[in-house]
Design a protein around this ligand. Structure first.
Ligand SMILES: *Cc1c(COP(=O)(O)O)cnc(C)c1O
Length: 449
């Protein structure tokens, strides 16, 4: 007999600890995990989850934790969100797979039509659907190379684009993503990013862009560049928001040099920053945009969307994959997008951002360890530094995180130096729960001072 455990928004929206974290049942399950799961797969917090929804994760010991992670910016619409769950259930009963390249179905085309409508710019757009973010980035590079007949790919300091061979080359940070996994794909070149908190010379956004363009011109040559690939707000690299003017100047340079401008919005997309896409904030219109994470409420789906003439540069059969645009994942995406519209999750993200920014700025006044508060909408981070106000302090970030975890608040860290605490609450989190999570964070700073 199977028992059904209800998640979704029905799950009581409160923090409740009935054991230490992790509890005895989670510890036992974790020992089994250690026996059968590859050691290379990491764990942020070793509690096993049995239900989730709204802003809560409930574990197998009966603890309810506040979710400030959304499974890394994935469940913006909430876990087991009703329109997602309903459409997935219907689709699973109808059919689970045909392979879109063998025999097509409407869900795939519906998602591509939504992407054409929602992504920046009102030009003719087409999409290819894939199963992971890294796969989307790989395909964006393939498309840009086919379109331009050029090979070079330009990426930026602190970038994160995935864990496949090409995307490891594009990712900046060695440990843990690249160590021991080379040799890496060639023709990937790195340019300096705009990083306002750590700027020494190029404080202005357009100056920072010119600095990057100079590196590209001198070290690669504009005529060799197929594409620049950039996260409009860095994700794993530390939630760095480039200075105003950086992205528009870079996009303008790409356009005038026949370089495909690719925005990697895998972490920033789908309402996370208070707009459909982070590029929207400065009116930047990328040639290609990669999406994944927030698109389908937790089911694996990713896409490359872009100018029809660039997308169509690839010969028939040149793009695809067995599972890309799986019908169940497409049904989930359509349910998720429906919810983003009906609940106005862009407005929800902006409200979350206002609350987090005001609380975190107050905290920064009391704790000089917080060197910078940054982000946009419901994608917010604090960068921690030592007493000199500059030196990265990853130890403090780990200590604050550990305190939050022990108190039932799931937080994540990021940044090239591991000294950034990032907050990615579900966009449907009740305000009182978010506020309680931030209370615990304040306690964590006091307790680790
Ligand atoms: C997570 C992420 C990726 C990789 O996505 P996967 O689905 O993990 O392959 C690529 N780019 C950015 C900006 C990301 O945040």
């Amino acid at each position: 007999m199977s028992t059904s455990i209800a998640g979704g928004p029905e799950l009581p929206q409160s923090r409740r600890l009935v054991t230490e974290i992790p509890g005895p049942v989670s510890r036992e399950r974790f020992a089994r995990r250690q026996r059968f799961v590859a050691g290379g797969v990491g764990t942020t917090l070793p509690v096993f989850i049995e239900a989730a929804g709204g802003g809560v994760l409930r574990d197998v010991d009966g603890n309810s934790l506040i979710d400030l992670a959304s499974g890394i910016a994935v469940t913006g619409v909430g876990n087991a969100a009703p329109p997602v769950a309903a459409r997935v259930a219907d689709q699973v009963r109808a059919f689970t797979h045909t392979c879109f390249m063998v025999t097509p179905y409407d869900g795939y085309v519906d998602v591509c039509e939504e992407l054409a409508r929602l992504t920046p710019g009102d030009h003719a757009k087409k999409s290819v659907l894939l199963s992971s973010g890294a796969e989307a980035v790989e395909n964006a590079v393939k498309i840009a190379r086919a379109h331009t007949g050029r090979h070079a790919v330009v990426v930026f300091d602190h970038a994160y684009h995935g864990r496949t061979n090409l995307t490891m080359a594009m990712t900046a940070k060695n440990m843990p993503y690249k160590q021991g996994f080379g040799p890496f794909a060639g023709e990937v070149h790195r340019a300096p990013m705009s990083y306002p908190f750590r700027e020494v010379t190029a404080v202005d956004g357009t100056d920072a862009a010119d600095r990057a363009i100079d590196v590209i011109d001198k070290q690669v040559g504009a005529a060799n560049v197929a594409c620049v690939v950039i996260e409009p707000i860095l994700g794993e690299g530390g939630f760095v928001v480039p200075a105003k003017g950086f992205l528009p100047r870079l996009a303008e340079w790409a356009r005038s040099n026949g370089v495909v401008f690719v925005a990697d919005e895998i972490q920033t997309g789908f309402c996370r920053t208070g707009d459909w896409f982070a590029c929207d904030h400065e009116g930047v219109v990328p040639d290609l945009i990669t999406t994944a994470k927030g698109i389908a409420g937790g089911l694996p789906l990713a896409a490359v969307t872009g100018r029809a003439e660039i997308m169509d540069a690839v010969h028939p059969g040149g793009l695809g994959g067995t599972y890309g645009g799986n019908p169940v994942a497409c049904a989930a995406a359509l349910g998720a997008i429906e919810l983003m519209r009906s609940q106005d999750l862009n407005a929800a993200a902006r409200r979350i951002g206002e609350l987090m920014f005001s609380r975190l700025r107050g905290l920064a006044e009391r704790h000089p360890a917080i060197g910078d508060v940054r982000g946009r909408g419901a994608m917010v981070a604090v960068e921690l530094v030592t007493a000199d106000g500059r030196t990265p302090d990853p130890g403090r970030a780990a200590a604050v995180s550990a305190y939050c975890h022990a108190q039932g608040v799931l937080t994540l860290t990021c940044g090239t130096n591991g000294n950034v605490l990032r907050f990615l609450p579900p966009l449907v989190i009740p305000e009182q729960l978010l506020s309680e999570g931030l209370d615990v964070l304040a306690d964590a700073f006091a307790a680790t001072a």
